[in-house]
Design a protein around this ligand. Structure first.
Ligand code: FAD
Length: 455
């Protein structure tokens, strides 16, 4: 089917990618229908739910800017200028993220962000929203979606012209494609999971920790992190092996949970006021990486966001990458003289290597967050990275900064990161302080090995 002949674009999943894409499409004049299995999150009950936050970086901010939503979202995002590392002895050390105070990442409220995008989508008469619509399958021959009502009793069907699967890591659209075509699906589950905990505001409603930092308690094989919310609270997340020692499986009851937390996170204990309830009520979440060789099916459907490439959360990039997908999809749509199959192929071609690269970098970053930050040479390495960036800003930018503060495609970031790592290893050999680094050699190596970054 020709793109220009299409009356309505159907999106499954009104999460972060689905609602962003609905806004972008409607602003370009497309009619959209958006199906979501959950109730409308803008309802009163949903608004009272727990605070769960996400790190928003420049890639995601660029998409919000393009959708005209950044100003609103910034009303409830909090800048975090670095990692505040908490030692077991309670010592604090701030590791700045960027070269200066302008380079920060943003803690944003997941549900509010979703609501902002849904409000913007709903404000357009071109967008129709359908909540409580759980997709259970796709009839590809009849071009129909099969839904089940919230009680799980009633089934009904709905025709579509073109389908976008923005239905998350467990994507039913992906499942329906995989039933009829080999899409080279691989799911690598991590042997670590996560549990969300809460740090409430102090009795005056203020923050119990510095709000302008991402707090991290690295403990080698596991870690606790906490990101600020606008209401004075922090959402904390414990990342730990599922089995083994220590592992979630052995923390069966409150005495075991309390003893573990007290031993490893003593300074956090007084802050985690609802710890017992959090352990009881919040399930252990699974983490994994999903990759597919093919993201689309016969010009009828395409996947994006977590549905196409779910990644582990250790670089804070899943949503950012999903938003980048949406912008890339819109770029592909600029040529609407062709058919959907051609667009899907182009979209996948432009994105898949970058999705794979951020998946790899996210896995590598888990080791850095929970373990490498404890190495005294890590601080020297970071200081050297920032010094090289100061001296050669057009050529040497730390990999972390390229991911979080720039929009260079992820695969290119990965490639440059490997070169930079090699240079850092070389320059740090036998060196124990910054002033002992041979900066003349560094300048030669940087000029020879790293081409100038695009403006
Ligand atoms: P989702 O946001 O999961 O949306 C999918 C939507 O589809 C949902 O609304 C769902 O209800 C709906 N849906 C599912 N099944 C059906 C169905 N059968 N019928 C209809 N609708 C359906 N990313 C960051 O960028 N920064 C972070 O700091 C960060 N932290 C994270 C921390 C954790 C612990 C985890 C697990 C993830 C984190 N991520 C982070 C990743 C981020 O959450 C995802 O990458 C992002 O939500 C992907 O958006 P999406 O729209 O593709 O999927």
């Amino acid at each position: 089917m020709k793109i220009g002949d299409t009356r309505t674009i159907t999106i499954a999943g009104a999460g972060l990618a689905g609602s962003m894409l609905a806004v972008l499409l409607s602003r370009k004049g497309y009619c959209v229908e958006l199906f979501e299995r959950n109730p409308d999150p803008r309802g009163a009950d949903a608004a009272a739910g727990r605070s769960i936050n996400l790190a928003l970086a420049e890639r995601g901010r660029h998409a919000l800017r393009s959708a005209g939503l950044l100003e609103e979202v910034d009303r409830y995002t909090i800048p975090m200028r670095g990692r505040m590392v908490h030692g077991v002895d309670g010592q604090l050390e701030l590791h700045p993220y960027g070269k200066d105070e302008s380079e920060v990442i943003w803690s944003t409220h997941r549900a509010r962000l979703n609501r902002s995008m849904l409000d913007a989508a709903a404000a357009s008469e071109r967008v129709k929203l359908y909540f409580d619509h759980a997709l259970t399958g796709v009839d590809w021959n009849a071009q129909k979606l099969v839904f089940v009502d919230p009680n799980g009793h009633q089934r009904h069907q709905h025709g579509f012209e073109v389908l976008i699967g923005a239905d998350g890591a467990g994507s039913p659209v992906r499942g329906a494609i995989a039933q009829v075509e080999d899409i080279g699906l691989s799911e690598e589950m991590l042997d670590h999971g996560y549990r969300e905990l809460t740090i409430s505001p102090d009795p005056q409603g203020g923050y119990q920790l510095d709000p302008n930092a991402l707090h991290i308690w690295p403990r080698g094989g596991f870690m606790l992190i906490a990101l600020p919310n606008a209401n004075g609270s922090f959402t904390a997340t414990l990342f730990l092996a599922n089995d083994g020692h220590p592992g979630f499986a052995e923390l069966k009851d409150w005495p075991a949970q309390q003893a573990f937390m007290q031993a490893w996170f003593p300074d956090a204990m007084p802050l985690l006021g609802s710890l017992e309830a959090d352990f009881r009520e919040n399930p252990v979440g699974l983490l994994g990486t999903i990759r597919c060789r093919q993201w689309h099916y016969r010009g009828q459907a395409v996947l994006l966001g977590d549905a196409a490439h779910a990644i582990v959360p250790f670089h804070g990039q899943g949503m950012n990458a999903a938003f980048e997908d949406c912008l890339e999809f819109m770029r592909c749509l600029e040529d609407n003289e062709r058919d959907w199959q051609a667009l899907f192929e182009e979209f996948q071609g432009r994105r898949i290597e970058h999705a794979n690269a951020i998946a790899d970098m996210a896995l590598e970053n888990y080791k850095e967050m929970r373990e490498t930050v404890l190495d005294p040479r890590f601080a020297l390495r970071k200081a050297l990275e920032h010094e090289l960036e100061r001296r050669h800003p057009r050529r040497f930018v730390p990999r972390y900064s390229l991911v979080m503060f720039h929009r260079l495609p992820y695969a290119e970031v990965y490639r440059r990161g490997q070169i930079q790592d090699r240079l850092l290893d070389l320059l740090m050999r036998g060196v124990d302080q910054l002033k002992a680094v041979d900066f003349k050699l560094a300048a030669e190596l940087v000029a020879a090995e790293l081409e100038e970054l695009p403006a």
